[in-house]
Write a protein that binds this ligand. Sequence first.
Ligand code: GLP
Length: 246
Amino acid sequence: MKVIVTKNYDEMSKVAADILIEQVKKNPRSTLGLATGSSPIGTYQKIIEAYNNKEVSFKDVKTYNLDEYCGISIDHPQSYYCFMHDNLFNHVDIKEENVHIPSARGTESEIQAQCNAYNEALKKASIDIQLLGIGGNGHIGFNEPGTSFEQETFVVTLAERTREDNKRFFNSIDEVPTHAVTMGIKNIMQAKSILMLISGKGKADTVVKLLSGEVTTDFPASVLYRHEDVTIVVDEDAYSKYAEQN
Ligand code: GLP
C-alpha cells in the first residue's frame, strides 16, 4: 500500500487527477471505476480542466460507478447518476453508452435483477483503476462494516452512521435513502489498481484505523491490504492524528 500525503484537498485532487489522466493517456481505451462523495469532486474538476486544455480525451474510455441510492429518482439532484453527470460526464467527451452506474429503481425483484446484471458486467469489465473514497466507518462503495470480503453487487441497508454522514446533502435525515445498490467488496478488489482519496480532519480517526494494518470485516477498507496495487492519497488534515501517534 502506497501512501501519499498532500498539503491539502487541492493537492490531493491534483495528485489523483494526474494518476487517472496518465492512465487514460497510456491507454485511451481504459476502464475506470468511479466514486461519488465530496472526496473526488476536486479530482473531477482537475480532469475537466485537463480535458478543456486538450491534454486528454475520454471518447474511448469506459466507466463503472460504485453505487447508487435506492428510493430516489434518477433526476433527483442527490442521485449518483446526477452527481456523476453534473460533476464529470457532462463536461468531457465520454460517450453515454460507455457510462455505467448501477440502476436502483423499480420493484425489489427488478432491483435484484439489475444487481445481477451489473455484477455480470463487472466480471467482464476489467477495471484499470478503481477510485474510492472512504466512509467515516471505513465503508467502501456502500459496503458497510460487517460485509463479507466475498460480497458481490447487492442491495445494502445503509448504516445509521452513513445516513447521518450523508444527510448534509439532503434537507433532513428522513430524506436520506435507507438502501442502496453497491458493487461488493469482491468486485472492488478485482480492479487492477485502486486509488483511494481521504481528506479532512473528520476522517483523521478513520485514517488511524486504516493505517493500523489490521484486516477486519468490521472496517471494510482494511481489505485493501490484500490488494497488491493500492495508492492512498491523504491530505495532512486527515493524516494528522496518525502522524501524531507514529
Ligand atoms: C458515500 C459513498 C462512498 C464515499 C463516501 C465518503 O457514502 N457511497 O463511495 O466514499 O460517501 O464520502 P465523502 O467523500 O463525501 O466523505
